[in-house]
Design a protein around this ligand. Sequence first.
Ligand SMILES: [Fe+2]
Ligand SMILES: [Fe+2]
Length: 378
Amino acid sequence: MSVTHNSNDEIIGRDDINDIEAILSVSNTDLEAVEHVVKDNADAIFTWDYSLARPQLRKLYEKAKTGQWNASTDLDWDTEVDLEQVVSRDQAAASAGFTADHYDGTVVEKWGDQEWLEFGIDQRRWTLSQFLHGEQGALLCTAKIVETVPWYDAKLYASTQVMDEARHVEVFNRYIDEKLGGSFQVNAHLRMLLDDIIEDSRWDMTYLGMQVMVEGLALAAFGFMHQMTEEPLLKKMLRYVMSDEARHVAFGVLSLKEVYDGMTDAEMKDRQEFAFEAAVRMRDRFLSQEVWERHGVNPRDVVPLVLRDPTRDLFQQMLFSKIVPNCKKLGLLDRNDQWLRRRFEEMSVIQFEDWEDTGSEYIKFELDADAPQPVAGS
Ligand SMILES: [Fe+2]
Ligand SMILES: [Fe+2]
């Protein structure tokens, strides 16, 4: 008997994934809040089986112990960052920017270099702020995994990831505070996704949401920024964070491979839908509606154009270059009549399916290796 998937409306709250009005109607109205409470609904599990049952996870644990770095002493925090110079240089060189004349006919048409530069500076603040909030999500999720995963080897590994994530929160916060002179609150689409991951009672969903989807996207996004920027402190910081992030994604892929191979179609359906929901939420958040608003632009006027901006389009797609091969390796793409494959086709990201998955790629990201380039051939 084949399973029936829920509709888009039931999974993501709208039928058309490109429904701009529905996307923009989700915004953070809680800008003054300093606390956000989420129920984590899960059992804490002891195991009395301390045997070495999963050598690949134990190897990852050993790597994590020797891969620790110290954000206070390994990065040069005295580096001078001239924000205007850095952003205008990166904008000129980067394909992560915007195509200015693509916005003719909107209020943005009369923007000159100075307006685009100021927008770019806030875009940088916004991007690193969302990285920071996502890192805190990872910190909470991995603390939860230590409690909820039933495997001894995974508890050991997850404990090292808690420390890694603390370091990531530390460096992004410090960089924003000392070098960027301004930050943004959490994006509502990102917060909704983090809430859904933490609320789910099933331990593998924490892994799927965080290690495979959020961290898979983060690894690609960090790689893009690392390749694009010449700012030495940011570049080195991202390189260090990526060396950890690649292990984290490997942890997710190696663990879930074992679990998903034994799952029924009905169980896999829930995982496919969750992966799809996460992918859509992350795409929605990258529309960076708050930055447009801060610059006096109604996002409804420009976001439809952002979705078709050729340079943005490449960037948006690249964000999925780790997620898609990892979903394929886990069997999520093709189970249940290729349901997730069809969704990724609609999102125009299926072309990454045969790129290298991250189950073993983390070795290439180690600090003494050359950082892999995120864009093939560049
Ligand atoms: Fe992280
Ligand atoms: Fe991570």
